[in-house]
Design a protein around this ligand. Structure first.
Ligand SMILES: [Fe+2]
Length: 492
């Protein structure tokens, strides 16, 4: 049974193919169209998807008519009443017919739970907006997921964060991660004012509908202080939701108990700073965040929701394949001579992080590296670069949140505990968004770090996404060549 899953007409269109329980392929439309955060599918990604076909069923990740009722309520009459704002209309041009539509939060929950290692868990989904649901808590046992609680539009924690993203001059539904990085530089001076004007706790509610933003709220405020304030409110509201979710782990399950396993999913789960504080609360023994917890990951999640069974999750390398051995020796040579090198090898990452197959790698030691990488990335100075480190060495260099033993998909931040030897991978607050690397995730990348360590004694590399400024991550060999041509950095 081959199934095609689709997410499109949102901020990051994606497709996935599953055969039985095997994930054959999953990819983002932007990597093929070269349009960052592309809302739509394109012929190139559809053609690649069809190489895995024919399909027995096509599943879509949300319910468009239900979404239109919310859009009508929200006064978004344009999209609500337009027939072109229907996924089937968009898919007709590719000859794809949707067989089944899944509820937006059910797709998220299934993307999380059915890729997790758990047989029972509490699932917490937090995002900005889909149809109506913005927060949901479910309990999962075996192949059954049962919704227990839901918070609905216009009460949305993700939307609150997006409104502040926009207030700080950034792009909402896209640049929330930049706001998160800014927060480390500010003071949460406006925390109380946010509660006063927007947020009611226990249970979480918004005091006004901020779907269209918050205008120029506190016009004179420094954006870094606004960022720190909304980050602090976000973490407090999420802490309440985690607490609420943890209560179910003591009440349900085959033995009246689902274990202290949390599946955390939805776009808000990309906030790695919040994730670390929440994990440290110690409410759960095991936490699973699928590497693509936002809507793009729901192209896979809607298939799992339709089939109601665990997928055979191995790793997030599921996209376009560039054939060839992982070039360990050539990478080491470039790093030794030039300190910086690009890698485009194997299957592309499904998710927003480059995890070794479409990465720009650099020697993390020395004071000049950050500027060197920034000459290419040309991004705000305050934004840190992440390290990839051998899993066996992580505890010597970083203090991971208490229950977290590994973070192979860069989902948690950790304090650096090894002095000042690697300034390029440290944020202002002396933390890093760590990627731990083990053989079972990516053998080539693991062997590279091993070889780098045996040559230099350093078990980590700076790892950032391989992309030309303003473009999505490199996908194929041609993109890699374009990168070399533009920046003069070798891509192997
Ligand atoms: Fe969502």
């Amino acid at each position: 049974m081959k199934i095609l899953g689709i997410n499109c007409m949102n901020h990051d269109a994606a497709m996935a193919v599953v055969d039985g329980t095997e994930i054959l392929w999953a990819a983002h439309a932007e990597r093929y169209s070269k349009v960052k955060n592309d809302h739509f599918l394109n012929q190139a990604i559809v053609n690649e998807a069809k190489t895995y076909g024919p399909f027995d069923k096509v599943v879509y990740y949300e319910k468009p008519l239900l979404k239109k009722t919310r859009q009508l309520y929200a006064g978004q009459y344009g999209p609500a009443l337009s027939y072109t704002e229907m996924p089937q209309w968009h898919l007709d041009r590719f000859g794809i017919k949707i067989d089944e539509y899944i509820n937006h939060h059910d797709s998220h929950a299934a993307a999380g739970y059915f890729t997790s290692p758990f047989k029972e868990a509490v699932i917490l989904t937090v995002d900005a907006i889909g149809e109506w649901d913005t927060v949901s808590i479910s309990v999962a046992n075996g192949n059954k997921i049962e919704r227990k609680e839901t918070i609905r539009y216009p009460h949305s924690l993700g939307m609150l964060y997006s409104a502040f993203t926009q207030r700080c001059g950034l792009k909402p539904a896209e640049e929330e991660y930049i706001l998160m990085g800014m927060a480390a530089y500010g003071k949460p001076d406006y925390r109380d004012d946010i509660y006063e004007d927007f947020v009611q706790q226990g249970p979480f509610k918004l005091k006004q509908n901020i779907h269209r933003g918050i205008g120029n709220w506190h016009a004179g405020a420094d954006p870094v202080d606004l960022a720190a304030s909304v980050q602090s409110v976000l973490v407090e509201c999420l802490a309440n939701l985690w607490q609420r979710a943890s209560e179910y782990s003591n009440r349900y399950g085959t033995s009246g108990y689902v274990g202290r396993n949390l599946v955390y999913v939805g776009g808000v789960a990309l906030n790695c700073v919040a994730n670390s504080g929440l994990a440290n609360m110690g409410l759960f023994d095991n936490i699973w965040i699928v590497p693509n917890p936002g809507d793009a990951g729901s192209s896979l999640g809607c298939i799992a929701a339709s089939e109601k069974k665990h997928l055979d999750w191995k790793n997030p390398f599921l996209g376009h394949n560039i054939e060839g051995e992982y070039p360990v020796d050539a990478i080491i040579k470039e790093l030794t001579e030039n300190k910086i090198v690009g890698v485009a090898n194997g299957k592309a990452e499904f998710g927003p992080r480059a995890l070794g197959n479409r990465s720009l790698l650099a020697d993390p030691r020395g004071p000049e590296i950050k500027d060197m990488v920034n000459r290419i990335k040309r991004r705000q100075k305050f934004r840190p670069f992440a390290p990839a480190i051998l899993e066996e060495d992580v505890n010597e260099y970083f203090a991971l949140p208490t229950p977290i033993k590994s973070t192979p998909y860069m989902q948690f931040t950790a304090a650096y505990t090894h002095g000042k030897d690697c300034p390029a991978i440290l944020h202002y607050d002396n933390t890093s968004r760590v990627q731990t690397v083990r053989k079972s995730d990516n053998e080539g990348f693991y062997e590279l770090l091993k070889a780098w360590k045996s040559k230099t004694g350093c078990p980590m590399l700076l790892n950032t996404s391989l992309n030309i400024k303003g473009e999505p991550m490199v996908n194929d060999t041609e993109d890699g060549n374009a990168f070399t041509y533009k920046y003069g950095v070798k891509v192997l």
